[in-house]
Design a protein around this ligand. Structure first.
Ligand SMILES: [Zn+2]
Length: 108
């Protein structure tokens, strides 16, 4: 799957000196803000599924615990789209398909 431009920070946790990268910390903050804004978050008693490698969205935790997990362990694999947190997968833009039609359409 293609990596969305705005989500490349997800698997860039540390710089060469093993320090947490600023974009990662901001990204985690953005992620948590996104989840908090969901109605589901209130319904779940202000807890959310933790998307870290260990919990794999199967464990519910409080916001600060999730932030801590993500700093410590990182996101689970291929979690570019936060589909377990109310985000929908983007549809592939239909114009790309029609742009590929240079007289080879009959092959379909
Ligand atoms: Zn976790």
């Amino acid at each position: 799957m293609e990596i969305p431009e705005g989500r490349k920070w997800i698997y860039k946790r540390f710089d060469r000196n093993k320090h947490l990268i600023k974009e990662f910390r901001e990204g985690v903050y953005e992620f948590l803000q996104y989840v908090i804004s969901q109605e589901k978050f209130q319904e779940q008693g202000e807890m959310l599924r933790c998307p870290c490698i260990k919990c794999s969205c199967k464990v519910f935790k409080y916001v600060d615990q999730v932030g801590w997990d993500l700093y410590q362990k990182g996101f689970m694999p291929n979690y570019y789209w936060w589909t377990n947190h109310g985000e929908e997968l983007p549809q592939s833009p239909p114009m790309y398909v029609s742009n590929l039609c240079y007289g080879t359409c009959e092959q379909r």
